[in-house]
Write a protein that binds this ligand. Structure first.
Ligand code: ADP
Length: 449
């Protein structure tokens, strides 16, 4: 086992990783920018190193500084959290070259899954169902119209290097195709320096359902069920739940087995998430995230498995001890991402938290790095914390969530708590009847607030 882990991240996820390290008896090193000198992850770590000025590219993304911090403190492994360098294959390789363990999959697997065309091709080869679409990239020499006709309209033009929904354009009919291709191409070139495009069938009312996997890199892999993350705004997840209200136990087992078997073939190491769109009873692969997800706690709440603990054990070379039959799903869990944003306009609201009172009680978990008197810096994402509640069933979970939102006080800045308070009272949400477009429609309707 490792003796000291450097956590190359900040905020709630740095704390989350630190908690797992402490329970494993591993020393922790926090890194921070000058803007984060008073952050909770710095206070709770055994040691801390300042790695640069506020801008993430100069601190949390600054590989030479992070390496120096490992060297100074004698850390033997790095946990990247999510975001920042968590899906950077080069970072994984550099650490390895310095005999420091990257707590994550191999650089090769990160690289394959980071390229959308390669990821889709790999998924297909591994027996994972994918969205019907072009066979690889669509080049300017290809007859895009013929390919699109074969897929069937509406089609979605996507950037191979895409992320955050950029470089994605819908062509509802044939006459939209040329414009969709040219705008996607220039957007992709500007945003990612890569204008490779591909096309797929556009699904009109899908849910976003993702499967959590855990593998040990030796061919053992299991699934930990799914999460439903259909409630999104601008392709960003807002609320996640497990299990999905749209699946029954049989469907869960079926898709879980397909994914676990694919990960066994791939000899995947660590935690990973296979994301699907789900429509009319069918799953369509969209991407794989080769890291811990923001919404991992909902899976932990219904399985009782500490995913970060497993991640660390596997990275240290241990075999996966959990068997698929050991995994059972108890009750229901929902996570709300509470952001420092105006609940109507979503304008960021950094600043000082003058009063803070998180909810508590049975089945309640708050993963957050903030405290009363803390100032949320303007340089990073606006997450105040994640409220995760567990109940014996979805109805109990929703009742508990409503109670927790009433109890949660964050004063001095705007927060999205009132939005969630409205959502728990909505009939569609209560019934679990929502797709990936539901929230945007709700926000632009008169029902909101
Ligand atoms: P990114 O990496 O840019 O976030 P994804 O491929 O993960 O791109 O897709 C982001 C979101 O775009 C999905 O969650 C879904 O809302 C929408 N989307 C992607 N592919 C399709 C599709 N084929 N049909 C309909 N919507 C899609």
């Amino acid at each position: 086992m490792f003796s000291k882990i450097l956590i190359a991240n900040r905020g709630e996820i740095a704390l989350r990783v630190m908690r797992a390290c402490k329970e494993l008896g591993i020393q922790t090193v926090a890194v921070h920018s000058t803007a984060d000198a008073n952050a909770m992850h710095v206070r709770l770590a055994d040691e801390s190193v300042c790695v640069g000025p506020p801008a993430a590219r100069d601190s949390y993304l600054n590989i030479p500084q992070l390496l120096a911090a490992c060297e100074i403190t004698g850390a033997d492994a790095v946990h990247p959290g999510y975001g920042f360098l968590s899906e950077n294959a080069r970072f994984a390789e550099i650490l390895e070259a310095h005999k420091i363990v990257f707590i994550g999959p191999t650089a090769e697997h990160i690289r394959i899954m980071g390229d959308k065309i390669a990821a889709k091709q790999t998924a297909k080869e591994l027996g994972i169902p994918v969205v019907p679409g072009s066979d690889g990239a669509v080049t300017p020499d290809d007859d895009a119209h013929a390919i699109a006709r074969e897929i069937g309209y509406p089609v979605l033009v996507k950037a191979a290097s895409g992320g955050g929904g950029r470089g994605m354009k819908v062509a509802l009919t044939e006459k939209d195709l040329d414009t969709a291709l040219s705008t996607a191409r220039s957007e992709a070139k500007a945003a990612f320096g890569d204008d490779a495009l591909y096309m797929e069938k556009y699904l009109g009312k899908p849910r976003h359902i993702e499967v959590q996997v855990l593998g040990d890199g030796r061919g053992n892999a299991i699934h930990l069920g799914e999460r439903d993350c259909s409630l999104q705004r601008r392709h960003q997840k807002v609320l996640e739940e497990a299990p999905s209200p749209a699946l029954n136990a049989e469907q869960r087992k079926e898709i879980g087995e397909i994914v676990a078997s694919a990960m066994r073939k791939l000899k995947y190491r660590g935690v990973g998430t296979i994301e699907f769109l789900y429509e009319d009873g069918r799953f369509y692969f969209i991407e794989m995230n080769t890291r811990l997800q923001v919404e991992h706690p909902v899976t932990e709440m219904i399985t009782g498995i500490d995913l970060v603990n497993e991640q660390i054990r596997i990275a240290s070379g241990a075999e996966l001890l959990l068997r698929q039959e050991d995994i059972t799903f108890e009750g229901h869990a929902i996570e709300c991402r509470i952001n420092a944003e105006n609940p109507r306009t979503f304008a960021p609201s950094p600043g000082r938290i003058s009063y803070y009172h998180p909810p508590g009680g049975l089945g309640v978990r708050v993963d957050s790095g903030v405290y009363q008197g803390y100032s949320i810096p303007p340089h990073y994402d606006s997450l105040i914390g994640k409220l995760i509640v567990h109940g014996r069933n979805r109805v109990e979970c929703m009742m508990r969530l409503r109670r927790c939102l009433d109890e949660f006080v964050v004063d001095g800045i705007d927060s999205t708590i009132p939005l969630f308070r409205d959502l728990v009272d909505n009939q569609d949400i209560a019934n679990g009847m929502y797709d990936i477009h539901w929230l945007e429609k709700y926000l632009s309707s008169d029902d909101a607030g």
